[in-house]
Design a protein around this ligand. Structure first.
Ligand code: PAF
Length: 295
């Protein structure tokens, strides 16, 4: 199984599980006033080693480690996998315990978005491209829920994975623009030994699909190899990658782009800021991956 987590990182202690929004806010405010440094890892659950690396760093840098598990309907479009998104709270609680999580926030949809809810956070520009172009409204849902979670938990630092590179960029922009007093920490992609980037959605892949999904990390290696070998024309690199990806029968390309790491705008020539971004459907499962070409 893809999502088996092997590491036991910290001595076990049971996290306190809180579903109530006001109780959570109160508990975190109290901790903050008592001078505790709050680390926060927001997730949609079904934890994997990528999440554990965020928890591990959060534990290392903070006194109170808070994990949220909330499958946020606002970031799923019509026909996307909100209903079928993998969920297993008791498994997650056990992993949280092994990672030394102090508070586990698991609110219900009706409490995060009560009747009459009408406020949304929209970061413009950098959400028009990549996943924002393929999934209209997705980032509006992400920034809205992350802004709410930050307001409830009021962490000193919050941890996000670089696998969702655009999400990380958008969240940093939101925090800067709204003057939110939180440090956003980006953590490296965690991969399976064969290169597949860790994702909660990997569990949905059949063995054949999983095999074909390996082409994502291979495409990143190929692009790096070309760039490091001197190739600078992005069109030439993308042509080579497209034929690699199209050779996999179960795979459909959503997007394949090389863009600037900060503006997320497509580039014509490779430079030190160039990042390859990939999104594909393998069967019915949508996977994303990314990697710098030169650094
Ligand atoms: O990356 C995720 O799991 C989600 O987009 C997040 C940041 C928890 C918001 O729902």
């Amino acid at each position: 199984m893809n999502n088996v987590v092997k590491q036991v990182i910290f001595p076990a202690h049971l996290p306190e599980i809180i579903a109530d929004v006001s109780a959570m806010q109160h508990r975190c405010l109290e901790a903050r006033q008592a001078g505790r440094r709050i680390s926060f890892v927001p997730t949609m659950g079904y934890l994997h080693e990528g999440h554990l690396s965020l928890l591990q760093e959060g534990r290392r840098r903070g006194d109170l480690l808070v994990l949220s598990i909330f499958v946020n309907p606002a970031q799923f479009g019509a026909g996307e996998d909100f209903e079928s998104y993998p969920r297993d709270l008791s498994r997650d609680v056990d992993l949280a315990r092994r990672c030394g999580v102090d508070l586990l926030f698991a609110p219900e949809v009706k409490d995060m978005y009560p009747r009459g809810y009408s406020t949304f956070v929209d970061v413009e520009g950098i959400t028009d491209t990549l996943c924002g172009a393929s999934r209209p409204g997705h980032f509006r849902g992400v920034t809205t829920v992350v802004a709410k979670l930050l307001a409830i938990i009021q962490p000193h630092q919050a941890f996000f994975g670089q696998k969702d590179f655009q999400q990380l960029t958008v969240i940093r922009r939101m925090c800067t623009d709204l003057n939110l007093p939180v440090e956003i920490v980006g953590m490296p992609i965690v991969r399976e030994p064969d290169g597949l980037a860790m994702s909660s959605r990997n569990v949905n892949l059949s063995p054949q699909e999983r095999e074909q999904a390996l082409v994502l990390s291979r495409a990143i290696s190929k692009a790096r190899q070309m760039a490091r070998g001197g190739a600078r024309e992005i069109a030439e690199i993308l042509t080579a990658l497209r034929s690699m990806l199209e050779a996999q029968p179960a795979l459909r390309i959503d997007y394949l782009q090389i863009a600037h790491q900060s503006t997320l705008q497509e580039q014509e020539r490779v430079d030190a800021d160039s990042v390859l971004f990939l999104a594909v459907f393998v069967g019915r499962t949508r996977l994303i991956d990314n990697g710098f070409l030169l650094s």
